[in-house]
Design a protein around this ligand. Sequence first.
Ligand SMILES: C[S@@+](CC[C@H](N)C(=O)[O-])C[C@H]1O[C@@H](n2cnc3c(N)ncnc32)[C@H](O)[C@@H]1O
Length: 142
Amino acid sequence: MDLMGHGSIVTIDVKKLHDLSHPRITYLLGSSTAPDIVEQVRLRVAASRGPVLIILDSDHSQKHVAAELETYATFVTPGSYYLVQDGVIDTLPMMHGDRPGPLPAIDDFAARHAEFEIDHERCERFIISQHPRGWLRRRTNP
Ligand SMILES: C[S@@+](CC[C@H](N)C(=O)[O-])C[C@H]1O[C@@H](n2cnc3c(N)ncnc32)[C@H](O)[C@@H]1O
């Protein structure tokens, strides 16, 4: 972003994980679905001129991912993406204790939100992926 001369990041976590800082990064402390946090993101999105990409990589439970997907959907700009991380949890035997995870949330969201499509080319670019069906593109002509 520094090389391009534009762009910024808003990142959210319930825990303060470090003391790093960068002028392009805003760290918000709280739950990604808490109304005051969502309002801060909404204001940033409203003030933004460029495309908005949203990456979901917090609590990977189906319930939380579903809530995040509904909460941030309108912030993703047409042609840009939701990246829902770690759907692989729902496919690996060794992670069965962490299910249901992101995949059923993605499938339910995609079935109800025709303005988004799963970008299979991007999802299946490599032989394996941590984020199956995780790239959701917001259509430009829904
Ligand atoms: C898989 S880690 C990812 C961390 C970070 N995205 C990264 O790539 O380094 C999940 C993080 O989500 C945070 N988390 C858990 N529940 C959350 C919630 N409701 N809202 C925001 N963050 C949450 C955890 O504290 C943890 O740091």
